[in-house]
Design a protein around this ligand. Structure first.
Ligand SMILES: Cc1cc2nc3c(=O)[nH]c(=O)nc-3n(C[C@H](O)[C@H](O)[C@H](O)COP(=O)(O)OP(=O)(O)OC[C@H]3O[C@@H](n4cnc5c(N)ncnc54)[C@H](O)[C@@H]3O)c2cc1C
Length: 363
């Protein structure tokens, strides 16, 4: 796995290119140690833009308000700019941006950084997979960079474990890019749209798309699920509160209880397939479990109201099923298949969903 950042040597060596707007703004990132409580005067801010004569800068800081990163736009081709960032000059620049005396500021690090907007044109070559900034670079607005990278790895590792540990066919790994591609492109486009909205960086018209809220982008996206995996869901993302365990979306969190202990529905996922069911689907589940066990497919089943309690009676509504309904969830917590209600167990339908998922051998 190549997770070596946006200048990924692994990506370059594989000959994988990038698409998108590319490098947009060259910045110098200056890390400072200083107490900025006085400068903030109690205002609950998490970052700030600074506009002064000759200075176009972005300031962000740690939650304890003692560490600050000052990113200043500069032109590496301009000889004056190139010599501007000595430690002493950086201290003066920081003092001017923060409105603080220089002697209360310590310069810890100075390094160039480029604000860019692109995604890789492929996430894999042969046995090598790329993830994180190696396949996407989002402008730092919206907080999507690290989140998107963590989601890439979450998706990829669940597939690798399915193939290596649970004998899923290698073709499951082809779905990494199929699933993550649209989500990555959405995150890059949305961070870029925020940049277009909040800065004076000149961007092409296509960058001016409507801005979706952060929760929708980070938690409300939908993976295309087989057999329609090559059709990108439309819309790709919706507010998570509008999701009720539709296939391809995150299985919702609800508080449950087991053995007197509170647990989240999400704590039930993570190792193989999980079948969550309403209490009237208990017989159906027994058949499904037997069917999986005959075929050597690892699956655990939780009947809500029998194996786990639903103290607030919220499970059925949150998962959008009736008391006889079932929801099949992958190890990464995404819904693979759901039946709003079940009648007699029809093994063929259930197994078709499993085999379609390519998570099991179809021998
Ligand atoms: C100013 C700024 C603000 C940001 N704010 C946010 C935010 O609020 N929320 C958010 O989600 N994201 C934010 N990000 C983005 C976030 O920092 C990145 O998306 C994230 O760090 C990417 O993680 P990564 O592991 O893919 O790559 P990196 O963090 O770049 O890590 C790659 C690692 O690989 C190592 N490496 C590279 N080449 C080699 C090699 N040849 N051999 C061995 N090791 C190698 C590097 O040393 C590095 O440790 C921000 C970024 C910036 C610049």
């Amino acid at each position: 796995m190549g997770c070596d950042g946006n200048r990924s040597m692994v990506r370059d060596r594989l000959g994988i290119g990038t698409e998108g707007l590319g490098d947009l703004v060259q910045s110098m990132s200056i890390t400072l140690r200083c107490d900025i409580r006085d400068a903030l005067r109690g205002r609950p801010l998490s970052f700030a833009w600074v506009r002064q004569a000759g200075i176009n800068a972005f300031l962000s800081w740690s939650t304890d308000l003692t560490s600050v990163v000052l990113s200043i736009e500069y032109d590496p081709m301009d000889a004056d700019d190139a010599v501007r960032f000595t430690p002493e000059n950086c201290r003066s620049l920081a003092a001017s941006c923060l409105g603080m005396p220089p002697d209360r500021i310590e310069v810890v690090d100075i390094h160039p950084w480029c604000l860019s907007s692109w995604y890789a044109d492929s996430f894999r070559k042969g046995r090598v997979f790329l993830a994180g900034d190696a396949i996407h670079s989002t402008p730092p607005l919206g907080g999507f960079g690290a989140n998107t990278g963590i989601h890439d790895v979450h998706n990829l590792v669940f597939k690798l474990v399915s193939v290596i540990k649970h004998n899923a066919p290698d073709s499951l790994l082809d779905l990494y890019e199929v699933e993550r591609g649209p989500v990555v492109r959405l995150a890059v486009a949305q961070a870029t749209a925020r940049l277009a909205q909040r800065s004076d960086v000149q961007l092409p018209l296509e960058a001016l798309q409507p801005v979706l809220d952060e929760e929708t982008i980070s938690m409300g996206y939908r993976y295309p699920i087989l057999p329609d995996a090559w059709n990108v869901p439309n819309p790709i993302a919706v507010p998570p509160r509008d999701l009720h365990a539709e296939p391809g979306t995150r299985a919702p969190h609800v508080w449950l209880k087991r053995g007197g202990m509170r647990l989240s529905s999400l704590d039930l996922f993570g190792d193989g397939l999980v079948l969550l069911a309403g209490k009237d689907a208990a017989d159906w589940c027994r058949e499904a479990e037997a069917s999986c066990s005959t075929r050597g497919v690892p699956m655990s089943c939780h009947v809500v109201g029998r194996d786990v309690e639903d103290p607030d009676a919220v499970f059925l509504a949150a998962y959008g099923i009736s008391a006889s309904g079932v929801v099949l969830v992958r190890a990464d917590g995404f819904v693979l298949w759901k039946a709003v209600r079940t009648e007699a167990f029809r093994g063929a339908d259930f197994l078709a969903a499993l085999i379609d998922s390519r998570e099991v051998r179809s021998e």
